[in-house]
Design a binder for this molecule. Structure first.
Ligand SMILES: *Cc1c(COP(=O)(O)O)cnc(C)c1O
Length: 334
C-alpha cells in the first residue's frame, strides 16, 4: 500500500487548538497515587470528564462548527446522535449562534430528549430506529443544505479531539504510554496523531469493551466490519465505525500500538476505583483506562496517562455499580 500523508496532521491539530481556545476547558491532569503504587510507574489521569457537556466531544464539535463557512453557518448543522456527540454539537452550535438540529427516533428516552433541548438544539423525533433518524439527517442535508457533523469520521472532528493529545504533551512531555478509550476512533486517531507527531516513540493504546468492539474487529479483518451491538456499561463506546469509513480506520491502523478489550466486570471495577479511590464520577467509557491498569493488561511503561473521557452516566446505574453490581440490569439495557 502506498503511504498517503496523514489526513489529519499535527499542524491541523495545532490550528484546531488555536481555533477552539477559550471555548473549551483546558482540563487538568492529576497523578493517581494508588495506580502509581499498583503499577510501579507514575500514572496520571487526564480529567477530561470535567469538560463542558461532560465529555471531550465538545472539542471536535466546536472545531467543526468554527470551521464552517458563513453560508454553512446560516444553514445550520445536523446530527443523529443522542449521546455525548449530540450534547456537544448542540452546545458548540448554540455558543456560535448556529442552529443545531438533532434527529432521534421515538425510542429515545424522554430525559435524553429534554437534555438535548435544554442545550438549545432543535429536536426532530422521526421513525423507530437510529437508522431512520439517520435517514432524516440525510434528507435535511440533501433538501435543506444543512451540514452534517458526524461523531468521529471527519477531519475537523478528529483534529478537535487531537487537541486533547496536545494538552497531554504540554502537561507531561515525557509521557511514554497514553491510554485512550476507543469506539469510532476519532479520539484515538486525533490523540495519537498529536502525541506521535511530537514524540514518535510514545505508545498510544486503544481501549474498548469486548461487547461489540467494531474497530478492533475491523483492524483484525483489515477492513471495516459491522459487528452486532450489545448493551454495555461503556455505552458511549457502542456503534459501528461505518462500512464506508474514510479516515479513522486507516489512522487507527497506522497509529495505535495496540487495542485492548475489557470485560463488563473490568469496566465496573474501573468505575468503582474512579469513584471510591480517585473520587471521580466517570461513565463506563471513561473508566476503561483505569480498568486496564487494574486488571494488569497494560505493560507498565511509564509515565502513563489514562484519559477519563466522560462522565455522562445515569446516576442510579452509577450508584448500583459503586455498590457492587458488575453489569447492566434488564431495565438499563432496555
Ligand atoms: C465518543 C466517546 C468515546 C469514543 O470516542 P471515538 O472518537 O468514537 O472513538 C469515548 N468516551 C466517551 C465518553 C465518548 O463519549
Amino acid at each position: 500500500m502506498s503511504r498517503q500523508p496523514a489526513p489529519v496532521s499535527l499542524g491541523d491539530i495545532r490550528a484546531a487548538s488555536a481555533r477552539i481556545a477559550g471555548r473549551v476547558l483546558r482540563t487538568s491532569m492529576a497523578e493517581s497515587a494508588a495506580l502509581t503504587e499498583l503499577t510501579g510507574v507514575p500514572v496520571h489521569l487526564k480529567l477530561e470528564h470535567h469538560q463542558t457537556t461532560g465529555s471531550f466531544k465538545l472539542r471536535g464539535a466546536t472545531n467543526a462548527v468554527l470551521s464552517l463557512t458563513a453560508d454553512e453557518r446560516a444553514l445550520g448543522v445536523v446530527a443523529a446522535s443522542t449521546g455525548n456527540h449530540g450534547r456537544a454539537l448542540a452546545d458548540a452550535a448554540r455558543a456560535e449562534g448556529v442552529v443545531a438540529t438533532i434527529c432521534m427516533s421515538k425510542l429515545v428516552p424522554k430525559n435524553k430528549v429534554s437534555e438535548i433541548r435544554r442545550l438549545g438544539a432543535e429536536v426532530r423525533i422521526i421513525g423507530r430506529s437510529q437508522d431512520e433518524a439517520q435517514d432524516a439527517v440525510d434528507r435535511l442535508v440533501a433538501e435543506k443544505g444543512m451540514v452534517m457533523v458526524p461523531p468521529f469520521d471527519h477531519p475537523a472532528v478528529i483534529a478537535g479531539q487531537g487537541t486533547l493529545g496536545l494538552e497531554i504533551m504540554e502537561q507531561l512531555p515525557d509521557v511514554v504510554t497514553v491510554l485512550v478509550p476507543l469506539s469510532g476512533g476519532g479520539l484515538a486517531a486525533g490523540v495519537a496523531a498529536a502525541v506521535k507527531g511530537l514524540n514518535p516513540k510514545a505508545r498510544v493504546i486503544g481501549l474498548t469493551m469486548e461487547r461489540g468492539a467494531a474497530m478492533k474487529v475491523s483492524l483484525d479483518a483489515g477492513q471495516p466490519v459491522q459487528v452486532e451491538e450489545l448493551p454495555s456499561l461503556a455505552d458511549s463506546l457502542g456503534g459501528g465505525i461505518g462500512l464506508d469509513n474514510r479516515l479513522t480506520f486507516a489512522m487507527c491502523g497506522d497509529l495505535l500500538d495496540e487495542v485492548i478489550l475489557l470485560s463488563e466486570e473490568e469496566i465496573a471495577a474501573g468505575m468503582r476505583h474512579a469513584y471510591s479511590v480517585e473520587r471521580e464520577i466517570v461513565e463506563g467509557a471513561g473508566a476503561v483506562g483505569i480498568a486496564a491498569l487494574l486488571s494488569g493488561r497494560v505493560r507498565p511503561e511509564g509515565p502513563i496517562v489514562a484519559i477519563l473521557s466522560g462522565r455522562n452516566v445515569d446516576m442510579s446505574l452509577h450508584r448500583r455499580i459503586i455498590n457492587g453490581a458488575v453489569s447492566l440490569s434488564k431495565e438499563d439495557a432496555a
